[in-house]
Every structure is written in structure tokens, then in C-alpha cells.
Write a protein that binds this ligand. Structure first.
Ligand code: SAM
Length: 249
């Protein structure tokens, strides 16, 4: 949730799960109520923007602003629903701050699915999915997206490969070399469902690298000769993909 509230048109964008439509009243959740009442000092008659990933974005008037809850009523649709490109990011989670950063930036960069994957050298034992989801919602609200990416539960490396939809090309960020430039891989993956995979601080182990390179839907990609941190690599790969095969071009 971000920015000040304005009388005329809400600059505060809030993600809600309820349906949006002309005259639809939406009860905001506890966190949103607290933010509006106690941080923004909102009152009845102010406006916010609401989106839910299905019905576009609506300017909504705060019609009830009480401690027990805030209700906003949709007055005008300000954007029709449009999707974000179909790009998944499978990433080995890293320590907390870089993971928070990675999730927020990946959402800003238009990722559609975030899939944490535990590889042999992943040092993080578990991932806080609730925290990930909250970071994703905040980044979606701030970035003007009309949807929030799907946050999947963490899975093992073996399960990732076993359940990966084979029609979806997997761009495996391989710092070990002997890999296609990401720009070329993005060009080749244009128009088809795609995923990007990055490893943990310690990289992929040889058995994982061999398993990946043996799969027909996997394309090893290089992000240049320097070794990037895991979060840098994920975001660099996403940015290149978006600019060549996504909605930046
Ligand atoms: N094995 C690396 C090393 O020698 O220090 C550490 C792995 S790196 C910190 C984390 C992940 O970022 C890698 O597993 C890979 O997925 C990605 N990555 C980093 N640099 C890359 C590059 N130049 N090309 C492709 N992927 C890269």
C-alpha cells in the first residue's frame, strides 16, 4: 500500500479478492483498514483504486470508514483487465533480505508465477510463503500491475523437474558456461510459455546441472562472464526476457 490519498482520484492502490463492478461495495481487510484510517487518516468520501486480477482497476469511494472496517464502493472503472506475460521464475531461495528483494523486483518485472525450489546447495531451510505473498501484493500495488503473481509452495529440485510442464521452455541460468546468451534464448522462446531458473549462492551441483542439460525443454543460458548474485541473476534474466519476448517491446 503506498502513497497519499487524494480527494479526487485515489493514488492508493489496493489489491482485493472480492468482485469489482459498478456500485460494488468491497469490505477492505484489517491491514488495509488500519492503513487507511490510521496512516492516511482516510474518511468517507475519499477515494482509493482497487484491483483484483480479474475485473480491471476501479476508482472506489470510501463509503464507510469505521474502526470495525472500511468499505469502498466502486464508482468508475479506470482500467480494463489485461494480463501480464506468461513468464515463470523458479528460484533457489537465498537469505531473507535478498529473497524479499528478489520477490518484489520480480513482481515489478511482470513475473506470473514465483516457484521457490530447494536445490542441494540451497542454504535456506524454508521459505516464508506468507511473507512472499505480502511482498508480492505490495509490489503489485506499487507497480501498477492489475494482478498479483501466483506464489507457489517451495518444492525440491527433483520435483520441479518431474512436474515441470514440458511444453514450457525452461531457461536454466548456468554460470558454468557453454550456454546460449540470454538474449538469444529470449528471442527463441518468444511466443511460447517460458520459465527461468536460477540457483542458490553456491550454484547448482554437477549432478543437478547434468540433470537439467539432459532435458529437452531445458535451455542453458548465460548472463555473461561475471558471476552474478542469485537475485541479480534472476532479475537480469527477467529484464532481458521482458525486453525481447515480453511486454517491454
Ligand atoms: N556457482 C557460482 C560461483 O561460482 O560463485 C555461484 C552461483 S550464483 C551466486 C547464483 C546463481 O545465479 C547461479 O546458480 C546461476 O543460476 C545464476 N548466475 C549467476 N551468474 C550467472 C551467469 N554469469 N550466467 C548465468 N547464470 C548466472
Amino acid at each position: 500500500m503506498s502513497e497519499e490519498l487524494t480527494e479526487a482520484g485515489g493514488k492508493t492502490r489496493l489489491y482485493v479478492t472480492g468482485d469489482l463492478g459498478d456500485g460494488a461495495g468491497v469490505a477492505l481487510d484489517e491491514g488495509q483498514t488500519h492503513y487507511l484510517l490510521h496512516v492516511l487518516r482516510a474518511k468517507a468520501g475519499n477515494f482509493v483504486s482497487l484491483f483484483n486480477g480479474r475485473d480491471g482497476e476501479w476508482l472506489a469511494e470510501i463509503t464507510e470508514a469505521a474502526k470495525r472496517g472500511v468499505t469502498a464502493t466502486c464508482r468508475q472503472q479506470i482500467a480494463g483487465q489485461h494480463g501480464t506475460p506468461d513468464i515463470w521464475l523458479a528460484f533457489a531461495p537465498v537469505k531473507k533480505t535478498p529473497s524479499d528483494y528478489l520477490v518484489q523486483k520480480a513482481v515489478e518485472l511482470g513475473v506470473s508465477v514465483l516457484q521457490p525450489v530447494f536445490t542441494r546447495r540451497t542454504i535456506v531451510a524454508r521459505i516464508n510463503e506468507e511473507r512472499m505473498a505480502a511482498n508480492a501484493v505490495e509490489a503489485a500495488e506499487q507497480s501498477g500491475r492489475l494482478d498479483v503473481p501466483e506464489i507457489r509452495a517451495g518444492i525440491s529440485f527433483d520435483k520441479l523437474l518431474a512436474f515441470w510442464p514440458t511444453e514450457r521452455r525452461l531457461l536454466f541460468c548456468d554460470e558454468g558456461g557453454n550456454a546460449k546468451a540470454m538474449t538469444e534464448a529470449a528471442r527463441e522462446s518468444r511466443g511460447g510459455p517460458t520459465g527461468i531458473l536460477t540457483g542458490p549462492e553456491g550454484g547448482f551441483d554437477p549432478a543437478e546441472r547434468a540433470a537439467l542439460r539432459a532435458l529437452p525443454f531445458v535451455m542453458p543460458v548465460s548472463l555473461g562472464s561475471r558471476i552474478l548474485r542469485a537475485d541479480t541473476a534472476a532479475l537480469a534474466a527477467l529484464a532481458i526476457w521482458q525486453s525481447i519476448a515480453g511486454d517491454w517491446s
